[in-house]
Design a protein around this ligand. Sequence first.
Ligand SMILES: NC(=O)c1ccc[n+]([C@@H]2O[C@H](COP(=O)([O-])OP(=O)(O)OC[C@H]3O[C@@H](n4cnc5c(N)ncnc54)[C@H](O)[C@@H]3O)[C@@H](O)[C@H]2O)c1
Length: 215
Amino acid sequence: MFNEEFHFEQPIRWAMVGGGRGSQIGYSHRNAAQRDGLFKLVAGAFDLNAERGRDFGTNLGLDADRCYANYKEMFEAEAKREDGIQAVSIATPNSTHFEICKAALEAGLHVVCEKPITFTTEEAEELKKLAAMQNRVIGVMYGYSGFPMVQQAREMIKRGDLGDVRVVNMQFAHGFHNEEHELNDPGLKWRVSLKHPAQPMFWVILVLTLSICVK
Ligand SMILES: NC(=O)c1ccc[n+]([C@@H]2O[C@H](COP(=O)([O-])OP(=O)(O)OC[C@H]3O[C@@H](n4cnc5c(N)ncnc54)[C@H](O)[C@@H]3O)[C@@H](O)[C@H]2O)c1
């Protein structure tokens, strides 16, 4: 069991791609990963805008030379350092996950990726194979599986309280993902643009995730 008196002698040297200033999920990663001192954030390519990303990273206490303009530069530079990163979290828009995960595994890193990890099963299989070849872990954030209500539903189904489940009907009010500024802000419009199938995919994945979780 971990508590605040536990000190990991060598925290995992960890970086983020995405999750920059103002992003929705970046803080959750940093807060959770560093809470028990198991991970230490030492580098990042936090933002599409390199300057803003560097400013953000240095405000978090990182060395300026480890706040990179993009993930390719980061993986290359960190691989040359003795104290280079060992793991990376990817918290960028959905359409970028596959290529960044692939590059991270190829660079020999352990990977935690935001959902959806890929858009197709074939791509997911490719990453799984690559992770096995590289002897690295790749994981995706299915935080909802930890929600007490989902766990209770799972237990009720297991116990047979509900009989055979034939239909799962759920609602998740998420109105703020349809605001005008999201249509116009270059950093946010991936959520609502059909060019980057984030919004339809979001719902499909959420429903599938919850359905799998309760089974
Ligand atoms: N697990 C969950 O509950 C949960 C919740 C919200 C979002 N998400 C997922 O997290 C991911 C990010 O979502 P968000 O809401 O934080 O998005 P966001 O648009 O709020 O933030 C994205 C961040 O990534 C940066 N970025 C974009 N492209 C980049 C690139 N190529 N390289 C480096 N940085 C880049 C942006 O500048 C920004 O800082 C999405 O895949 C989303 O589906 C998961």
